[in-house]
Design a protein around this ligand. Structure first.
Ligand SMILES: Cc1cc2nc3c(=O)[nH]c(=O)nc-3n(C[C@H](O)[C@H](O)[C@H](O)COP(=O)(O)OP(=O)(O)OC[C@H]3O[C@@H](n4cnc5c(N)ncnc54)[C@H](O)[C@@H]3O)c2cc1C
Length: 415
């Protein structure tokens, strides 16, 4: 087979494997600064930009923090997303099904216009894909499944299933929680089973959500109703119900009516009756943290580096912070005339991201254990804790700063 001129240009400054939300954001950050980037994704084709964010909402959504929103605004993708569908939430309400403890966080208390936005993952990704088509130094390849990796001394060769090779001094693995690249590089993970699966679906409730993200901690795990506004109708919610694998398997087999009743009962009918308007799927949940964030010339980002329980909606936000920091370090090295895959890039990136990611993973574990217990002492402690937090405005402010992404030294693109 003869390769076209474009296909034979296989040397880049940076190769990103994985064009999910995190990899695509990194490609846009680097492409915007004029870095030559190949973004390789196994998916057969890009999303259909005309279809996303219209009609019935997609099942998979993310709660984006104001810090992530700032990053996406800087990439000029936020207006595209806003024109499709983003739902702001100004309040967060969290309570314990086994007692009286409840805490309410408000945007006013946090001094921000919104605590965050619920956005369909496809809306975020389609906006990034549209932006990438405008960046001349970014080559995006779909149907590009990576199956091999070889160190060349000056960087790495990345080999596709069809035998095509791409080389660069820096290769970034953004290929998700299972990360074939992480395996190819021989990087191990600390992993543990959360004991949970997430049942995900979309519902329409009897009463409007009022821009409030709600979560109840049940003995079996947290149940979140994340607000969605569809064509001005604010009675839609995206559901993330974390529970045991057995219970998840039972829930997804229920009829829509029976699942609606189960959701309304578990949610104490806080929004009245619940109508399930999409199919329900069960997604496995595991927490993993890569033992290292890379090796010379190779860096892990997003879920390839860490996957986290979704109870605080932090997964993609952590990944976006990873790539904002990595882009900053790459551009600094490049401006100083250093090799882009220089060991200091990985060292600085690791130093700036590992602690934040590890702290968030530990916090999620703590929450899950505390709220997953029926022990009376723990029930009392968490109820006192929730009520206490609710009364202590400075503590609430601190928690809200954490939840809205204001942690540590933020990269310039997020300030
Ligand atoms: C139920 C649930 C709810 C969640 N809710 C939230 C939330 O509210 N807020 C939040 O911040 N996070 C949330 N998350 C987490 C969030 O979805 C993930 O952190 C995020 O999707 C990770 O993005 P990523 O780009 O790192 O990986 P992925 O989205 O997994 O993308 C990986 C990409 O790599 C590609 N790929 C894989 N293998 C190869 C290969 N060999 N060659 C080439 N390409 C390859 C894939 O095609 C894919 O496009 C939730 C997660 C779950 C499970």
């Amino acid at each position: 087979m003869t390769l076209t001129a474009e296909e034979s240009h296989t040397h880049f400054e940076v190769i990103i494997v994985g064009g999910g939300m995190v990899g695509a954001t990194l490609a846009a950050l680097l492409g915007q600064a004029g870095v030559s980037v190949a973004l390789l994704d196994a998916r057969a084709e890009p999303l259909d930009a005309d279809a996303v964010g219209r009609g019935q909402p997609a099942m998979r959504v993310s709660a984006l923090t104001p810090v992530s929103q700032r990053l996406l605004k800087g990439l000029d993708v936020w207006p595209w997303m806003q024109a499709r569908r983003v739902t702001p939430y100004r309040h967060m309400q969290v309570w314990d099904s086994e007692g009286s403890g409840e805490v309410v966080f408000t945007a006013e208390q946090a001094g921000v216009p919104e605590l965050g936005h619920i956005v369909e993952n496809d809306v975020i990704l389609a906006a990034l894909e549209a932006r990438l088509t405008e960046l001349l130094t970014v080559a995006v390849r779909f149907g590009a499944r990576v199956s091999g990796l070889a160190s060349t001394g000056e960087g790495h060769d990345v080999v596709l299933e069809n035998g095509q090779r791409f080389s660069a001094p820096l290769v970034v693995a953004a290929d998700g929680a299972q990360s074939p690249m992480r395996t190819l590089a021989g990087i191990e993970v600390d992993a543990h089973d959360t004991g949970h699966m997430a049942v995900v679906t979309t519902v329409c409730t009897q009463r409007p959500h009022g821009g409030v993200a709600r979560q109840v901690f049940l003995p079996t795990g947290p149940l979140a109703f994340l607000p969605l506004t569809v064509a001005g109708d604010d009675r839609y919610c995206s559901i993330v119900w974390s529970t045991s694998p057995q219970e998840a398997a039972r829930l997804v087999e229920l009829s829509p009516e029976a699942l609606g009743h189960a959701l309304a009962a578990a949610f104490e009918s806080r929004l009245g009756g619940v109508e399930v308007v999409d199919r329900a799927i069960a997604v496995p949940l595991s927490q993993r943290h890569a033992k290292t964030y890379g090796q010379p010339g190779l860096v892990l980002v997003g879920d390839a580096a860490h996957s986290i329980h979704p109870l605080a909606g932090q997964g993609v936000n952590l990944g976006l912070m990873d790539v904002a920091v990595l882009a900053e370090e790459v551009l600094t090295a490049r401006a100083r005339g250093m090799v882009i895959g220089h060991a200091s890039v990985l060292a600085h990136y690791t130093r700036r991201r590992r602690g934040d990611n590890a702290a968030m993973l530990a916090l999620m574990d703590g929450f899950r254990l505390l709220f997953g217990s029926r022990h009376p002492a723990l029930t009392l402690a968490r109820n006192l804790g929730l009520s206490g937090v609710n009364r202590l405005v400075p503590v609430k402010r601190l928690l809200m700063r954490q939840a809205t992404g204001h942690r540590g030294r933020l990269p310039a693109s997020c300030r």
